[in-house]
Design a protein around this ligand. Structure first.
Ligand code: GDP
Ligand code: MG
Length: 583
């Protein structure tokens, strides 16, 4: 049996805006509870993927079970990025408490609020914590005041820590034990376990991370996934130390893993409910099919589309949110149209394809999924809209509102009380807007950062589809319409977008033997034009004298460069044009 006593379990997670210090704090927990020996301890133990370590972001959750003063503490680290909101929501459903962590140099940010709303909706007990108090520019009192405002709590509920030095950890551990309720332990009910993550293991198939809500999950028992309707056997169950450690069973209230025999994470999705015999009547609430928000074409420039298909199917084993279907492009041949949760997800996938599968890729400009229908011989497009929450220092409200207006934002409300402040410099407001998703992913985010000198933060969630005055903008290179560059835009933005595209293209496409016209068009009407003059000069001309090796080197370099060129219509373009075009 488990070595835990009723009432001695605490399940919690850490929620925060990105970079406010979740992963670092998780390390301190593991250290303070001596869960991992000093020898094995390395910074940000829970961020396991190489990519995560490099970028310092959390993509996958890695839970850990710790023991402290006779209590079992189960910690789940959550991904902070907006792309993974659904995963965060399922992690929240797996615990009773959350540490709301705020960086004392940054204060409350957009993602802080969004995850806070989610945690409150999930009915979690919140422990407000001010982090990074070791930093010279930290403003702990100010940050604490903000927490008092947004939580409507008293100042003495707030804890102060440094994830770097470990200061404040004993008090934080004590607060978790005292404030987070112990989970209900209804072991005599039929089994219901919530899957809050599923990972694919090459040897063992899918390993699902679960929180047992009721009943007991025993090794060897028959199991059923209530949404995917898969039936299987619990081949192995266990706990996270954080490495997987076998146990005979997991009873209600506990967090652990189960090896299911399922071979694809799509059949053991995050949010699904696991039951056994006797079968539970209903699944746990909150399950959602996740649908891609952003689409892009992916083509391989080295190797067959088969290699790309193989790589995508392998990544898909571990990522139910990734979607792909075969696609063909005149310029790039066979490839795939892929769906992602957002731009970060897209970036992660393409980086992994290139790194882990040695593929050289062309990624077309990301777009949202438009719905289209024909009415009176005309195509009518509908586009996805999102609701956004923008936190911005008072002094930049003007430029931010202006930007939102340009991007077709619909103003909802402004909240001033929350972060109203003592210190006028740091006074911030929350602006709520409805915006087209396309605006958010393509333009809005970057421009928001630039008009607010980096101080505004934004978060969004899906709203609905709306029919707007959208038209197809075509880009012509040397007279050929390039399907890969065409995009759907709002009529009012077509001219500006078309001009921007041809101007940018001019800087990205090298000179050819002939003059190249770059044009933007709506239907047959040209709305913008740039010209790339013909090339003249010989690359080796500037190398005077007979330095043969230098000359050879240069020619070789040029040849290597050639390999990365693609023919687009009559014109050679470098394969990274699309990626650069987006930036
Ligand atoms: P996450 O995105 O919330 O997981 O944030 P990380 O844990 O990756 O931390 C973001 C950055 O802040 C990293 O460079 C950390 O080293 C740094 N950091 C985190 N906590 C502290 C702290 O208490 N003090 C200082 N000085 N730096 C910290
Ligand atoms: Mg992290």
């Amino acid at each position: 049996m488990q070595n835990f006593v009723k009432g001695k379990v605490r399940n919690f997670c850490i929620i925060a805006h990105i970079d406010h210090g979740k992963s670092t704090l998780a390390d301190r927990f593991i250290e303070a509870t001596q869960t991992v020996s000093e020898r094995e301890m390395r910074a940000q133990l829970l961020d396991t993927m190489e990519l995560e370590r490099e970028r310092g972001i959390t993509i996958k959750l890695q839970p850990v079970k710790m023991e402290y003063q006779g209590y079992v503490l189960n910690l789940i680290d959550t991904p902070g990025h907006v792309d993974f909101t659904y995963e965060v929501s399922r992690s929240l459903a797996a615990v009773e408490g959350a540490i709301l962590l705020v960086d004392a140099t940054q204060g409350v940010q957009a993602q802080t609020l969004t995850t806070l709303h989610q945690a409150q909706n999930a009915g979690l007990t919140l422990i407000p914590v001010v982090n990074k108090i070791d930093l010279l520019n930290a403003e702990p009192e100010q940050t604490a005041q903000e927490l008092v405002q947004i939580l409507n709590c008293s100042l003495d509920e707030i804890l102060f820590v440094s994830g770097k030095t470990g200061e404040g950890m004993p008090a934080l551990l004590q607060a978790i034990i005292e404030r987070v309720p112990s989970p209900a332990c209804e072991t005599d009910q039929p089994l219901r376990a919530l899957i809050f993550d599923s990972v694919y293991d090459a040897y063992r198939g899918v390993i699902s991370y679960v929180r047992v809500m009721e009943g007991t999950l025993a090794a060897g028992a028959p199991i059923e996934l209530m949404h995917s309707k898969r039936c299987d056997t619990a081949l192995e169950v266990g706990i996270f130390t954080p490495a997987l450690k076998v146990a005979s069973e997991l009873s209600a209230g506990l967090i652990g893993y189960v090896v299911t025999g399922v071979k694809n994470v799509s059949e053991a999705r995050v949010g699904d409910t696991l039951t056994s015999l006797p079968r539970a009547q209903t699944a746990l609430v909150g399950y959602r099919e996740i649908t891609p928000m952003v689409y892009a074409g992916i083509f391989s420039t080295n190797g067959e589309p088969e290699a790309l298909r193989e790589a995508l199917s392998k990544l898909k084993l571990n990522d139910a949110a990734l979607q792909y279907e075969p696609d063909h492009s005149q310029a790039f041949g066979f490839g795939f149209r892929c769906g992602f949760l957002g731009l970060l997800h897209l970036e992660i996938i393409t980086e992994r394809l290139e790194r882990e599968y040695n593929l050289e890729l062309i990624v077309t400009t990301p777009s949202v999924a438009y719905h289209e229908r024909v009415e009176g011989g005309r195509i009518i497009y509908a586009e996805p809209w999102v609701k956004t929450e923008i936190i911005v220092p008072t002094r930049w409200i003007g430029p931010v509102m202006e930007l939102a207006q340009i991007e077709r934002g619909i103003y909802q409300e402004q909240e001033t009380e929350y972060l109203r402040d003592l210190n006028a410099e740091r006074e911030r407001v929350i602006l709520r807007y409805q915006l087209p998703l396309a605006s958010v992913i393509v333009n809005f985010y970057d421009r928001l950062k630039s008009v607010s000198s980096g101080y505004a933060s934004l978060n969004y969630s899906p709203l609905d589809y709306r029919e707007e005055d959208l038209i197809k903008l075509n880009i012509l290179i040397a007279g050929d319409s390039i399907e890969e560059l065409s995009q759907i835009v709002h009529r009012t933005q077509a001219f500006e977008r078309g001009q921007a595209l041809v101007t940018k293209l001019k800087t990205l496409i090298p000179r050819q033997q002939f003059e190249v016209a770059l044009q933007a068009a709506i239907g047959g009407k040209i709305i913008a034009r740039e010209t790339i003059p013909a090339m003249r000069k010989d690359v080796t001309a500037k190398l005077y004298g007979g330095d043969r090796t230098r000359k050879d080197k240069l020619l070789k370099k040029q040849k290597a460069g050639k390999k990365r060129l693609r023919k687009l219509g009559k014109v050679d373009i470098p394969s990274d044009v699309f990626i650069k075009l987006l930036r």
